[in-house]
Write a protein of this length. Structure first.
Length: 467
């Protein structure tokens, strides 16, 4: 639905679209926050009104202020915005925004300075829709009365395009895992044949999420992807790409009882009480598209091509860890001796969530995950803070983490920043989960799923290259 009728109440569309653009129109230039575009036409004071913005386009900061200068004094005006750009002759000027306009109240008076300003509140529910989210791009324009100019008695500023970011510094919620070398594989001799031979790996530094991605974080991605037309929900309740390769990304409660993501036909949400539990019931593709979205809202370069699924390891954005990066991070700096778990060679229910660990979510209904970071010294059964040597939580247990690699066999050859086989049919997962025995929680243990699999014990955490 567009909102032209509401805007007509302020004479915005009082004349036919065939009105000509004034020949004296001038091109807009970039200034402040955002990029100016379109044209501004002279008004009764001889200038063209110009829109600008100050503050920040960061959603978390919520301090963007719109401003229009060079308006006639003592006239009413207002700001409005939309998702598409246009250049339509209208009134005494040019409408720079396409269909689907959203008005910012209240109407303003330009006063003796010929200026109107509006402090944008991205947390407020805007009139007639138009929710502003991190990663979204919106176009803003000012409308104002100009009765002395004749003709239609109203005019416009030029347009201003603003791309909104999260407002949170990139790599927030992550730790920097230092560059280094380690010997990868099963040092204890208790694992599967696929965990050997031992082999030396050297890695560059990288950032890694302290916690696995939560259901509430993933639902925020889904709502924005929906608004951008990037995802669709099938009748079954499965969320799929609406662009790219069209892969299934995750389940909702409509398609899988184990999902924590709700869908009411318009908005994604989270099952009450599960907001800070790790996201499960999502495919490898669903993990990768989340990483791309998070890259975009933080102003970074996405790593994944969402059609071919090729990963650009040189990009600044977020991605899934390689298998070697995951094991190196899980060990938390261990070397000589290499132990089975991040803290040693034994394990009990005070240290991690596994099958029969006796945490408060044990045997109360699958998925029996604990909230991310639960083992912080306040857990039940009582125990120490279980962050590993790099400050990472749940590298053993709770849920399996998707890795970027295709699953393949080890060789004894040393390698630098390996990314796994060039192709395959199964993607690596690491870490063990709430439903597994303790041997599967070892740092060296390897497992796999097809990339389309959406399981109740599989989730992910993101990494990004260090600088």
């Amino acid at each position: 639905m567009t909102h032209c009728k509401k805007l007509r109440s302020l004479d915005l569309f009082a004349v036919a679209l065939s009105c000509s653009i004034l020949s004296a129109s001038t091109s807009a230039t970039a200034q402040g926050v955002g990029t100016n575009y379109c044209t501004t036409a002279p008004n009764s004071v001889g200038a063209g009104a110009v829109i600008s913005a100050s503050g920040s386009a960061g959603i978390a900061l919520n301090n963007l202020t719109l401003r229009a200068d060079a308006l006639p004094m003592g006239q009413f005006g207002m700001f409005f915005y939309g998702s598409s750009q246009a250049a339509l002759p209208m009134g005494n000027g040019v409408l720079c925004i396409g269909a689907g306009l959203h008005r910012l109240n209240p109407a303003l008076n330009s006063g003796s300075g010929g200026v109107i300003t509006h402090a944008l509140d991205v947390n407020a529910t805007p009139m007639f829709g138009g929710v502003i989210l991190a990663g979204s791009t919106w176009n803003f324009q000012a409308w104002y009365r100009d009765s002395a100019a004749g003709g239609a008695s109203y005019n416009f500023s030029d347009g201003l395009q603003v791309q909104f970011s999260s407002g949170v510094p990139p790599y927030s919620g992550m730790v920097l895992v230092p560059a280094g070398a380690f010997t990868m594989g099963d040092h204890a001799g208790v694992g599967d044949p696929e965990e050997v031979p031992l082999h030396d790996v050297t890695l560059n530094a990288f950032y890694m999420d302290v916690h696995e991605v939560t259901s509430i974080q993933y639902s925020a991605y889904l709502n924005q992807a929906l608004a951008a037309g990037k995802v669709t929900v099938a009748a079954s309740g499965v969320v799929r790409q609406a662009v790219g390769a069209g892969q299934a990304l995750c389940d909702t409660t409509g398609s899988a009882a184990y999902s924590r993501i709700t869908w009411d036909g318009a908005t994604f949400g989270v099952v009450s009480g599960k907001e800070r539990h790790p996201m499960v019931q999502l495919s490898w593709y669903g993990s990768s598209t989340y990483c791309n979205w998070r890259s975009e809202i933080d102003g970074l370069v996405p790593c994944y091509d969402e059609t071919s699924w090729a990963c650009d390891y040189t990009a600044s954005g977020y991605r899934l860890p390689t298998e070697s990066e995951w094991e190196y991070a899980a060990r938390g700096g261990q070397a000589g001796p290499y132990e089975m778990y991040p803290w040693g060679d034994t394990i009990d229910g005070s240290q991690a969530n596994f099958g029969g660990s006796a945490d408060p979510w044990d045997n109360v209904g699958a998925p029996e995950t604990t909230p991310v970071g639960y083992y912080n010294g306040n857990q039940t059964p009582a125990g120490a803070d279980m962050a590993n040597g790099y400050g990472l939580y749940d590298m053993s247990g709770n849920i399996w983490d998707w890795c970027g690699d295709w699953y393949g066999v080890y060789t004894s050859s040393a390698s630098v920043n390996p990314t796994g086989p060039a192709w395959g049919s199964r993607r690596v997962v690491r870490g063990g989960s709430w439903t597994d025995g303790v041997l599967l929680l070892r740092s060296a243990h390897r497992c796999y799923f097809t990339p389309t699999a959406r399981g109740r014990s599989v989730g992910f955490r993101a990494i990004a290259k260090g600088f």
